[in-house]
Design a protein. Structure first.
Length: 148
């Protein structure tokens, strides 16, 4: 009886750890949520829907970049991501969170979460004037290749 009582909280924690909502590469989802609110949602909107003028929707869309060559790098190099004033660890977490929060359905099965080192290196080479052309090429590519 005593043993069972002592084990219960441990079991509870294990279940939380394995909950379906868990996001790989997001050790602190609360932090990521707060970072998104402060640094990103002014343009991308709280629900990731963006707008139909200048800020692209991420909802149901953003993880599709991971399905085409060069897309993974692109996500770490767009100015909104690369130049934000968060350290590499917070930014890697925020990018992983963004993918799962707004477009979990398109995250590839073999996706390895962004690491702080990867994000740190991508952001050293931010896209500038070429970003719209690069983006358009990637969008055309995934629009062509996948079925959704
Ligand atoms: C000033 C407005 C603005 C802010 C702030 C901003 N973004 Fe963006 N974001 C854009 C625009 C515009 C694009 C399209 C590419 C481009 O022109 O830079 C984009 C593209 C992206 C993309 C690539 C997906 C796509 O459809 O192009 C991701 C991922 C992204 N932003 C995430 C973020 C995150 C995470 C933050 C917060 C750290 C953030 N953005 C902050 C405006 C913004």
């Amino acid at each position: 009886m005593t043993v069972r009582i002592r084990l219960l909280p441990i079991l509870g924690l294990a279940l939380i750890g394995a909950a379906p909502g868990t996001m790989p590469g997001v050790p602190d989802a609360e932090q990521a949520t707060a970072d998104y609110m402060l640094k990103c949602q002014g343009c991308h909107r709280p629900d990731g829907s963006g707008d139909d003028r200048s800020n692209p929707p991420m909802r149901g869309m953003v993880a599709r970049f991971l399905t085409v060559p060069g897309g993974r790098e692109f996500l770490g190099r767009v100015p909104g991501v690369a130049t934000t004033n968060l350290d590499d660890a917070r930014l890697a977490q925020l990018l992983n969170w963004t993918l799962y929060r707004f477009d979990a359905g398109h995250v590839p099965r073999d996706f390895h979460p962004y690491t702080p080192a990867e994000v740190g290196s991508l952001r050293q080479n931010p896209l500038r004037l070429d970003r719209q052309a690069v983006r358009a090429r990637l969008v055309a590519r995934f629009a062509q290749t996948d079925q959704f």
